[in-house]
Design a protein around this ligand. Structure first.
Ligand code: MN
Length: 237
């Protein structure tokens, strides 16, 4: 038995819908552009799609889809992004699109919380924008719905409201890259492990929020979230 010099952090996990079991989280990948935002269209039409790109968040950034989250430090532009989460249930590298769905355990709805001003400043300087994405409480997520229950949904409304007002509204059918394509592509870059989560990008309408704001969001039939941005940051220190 290994003796650690201090108590390790607990294993991050998400509940599985209608089950007493939890899904143990390995790593959290997030995808860049996966919906056509109006500014990407050329004469109102979708251009050739570019190869998808991925970034990461720490597994401990995953927090429940309800309750309070802090307003993070070093930002004035804190933005929620509603995203479909793919939960990987089986290891694999260089997975073909034909086999990709066999590696999916289930799906959830999540928020990719972003310090947009930090991201924009880093992009401008050609620096990594990791600190705009990877911080505590930056990935609220719903329970996981297993494939055994819902299969592989290719169409479902997803939306996000702030204080009851629509910010984002689209449908999974509008994703540029399908779940099978996403799983296959990322597995050619890095070996996927059971327990990995993949956030699959967000539709247009991303805008910043303030302390006290209530963010409600859902992907119909998959998951819903309701988080409040705390006004007292001391509760989280
Ligand atoms: Mn995102």
């Amino acid at each position: 038995m290994t003796h650690y010099v201090f108590t390790p952090l607990p294993q991050p996990s998400l509940p599985i819908q209608d089950s007493t079991e939890h899904f143990p989280i390995a790593r959290v990948f997030c995808m860049g552009r996966n919906y056509w935002w109006p500014e990407a269209l050329i004469d109102g039409k979708a251009p050739e799609r570019e190869a998808p790109f991925f970034f990461m968040k720490p597994a401990h950034a995953i927090v429940p889809a309800h309750g309070h989250i802090p307003f993070p430090s070093l930002t004035a532009e804190f933005c929620p992004e509603i995203e479909l989460i793919i939960a990987i249930g089986k290891d694999g590298s260089n997975i073909t699109e034909a086999n990709a769905l066999d590696h999916v355990f289930g799906y959830a709805a999540g928020l990719d919380m972003t310090r947009r001003d930090i991201q924009m400043a880093a992009k401008k300087l050609g620096r990594p924008w990791e600190s705009s994405k990877a911080f505590e409480y930056s990935a609220p997520a719903s329970e996981i719905v297993p494939v055994s229950k819902i299969g592989h949904p290719t169409s479902a409304a997803l939306w996000l409201q702030v204080n009851g007002v629509d910010r984002q509204r689209s449908d999974l059918a509008n994703q540029i890259w399908s779940v099978a394509e996403v799983v296959s592509r990322i597995s050619h870059s890095i070996g996927l492990k059971a327990g990995d989560l993949i956030f699959t990008g967000t539709p247009a309408g991303v805008e910043s929020i303030q302390p006290g704001d209530v963010v409600t969001a859902a992907i119909e039939g998959i998951g819903q979230l309701s988080v409040t941005v705390a006004t007292d940051q001391h509760a989280f220190s």
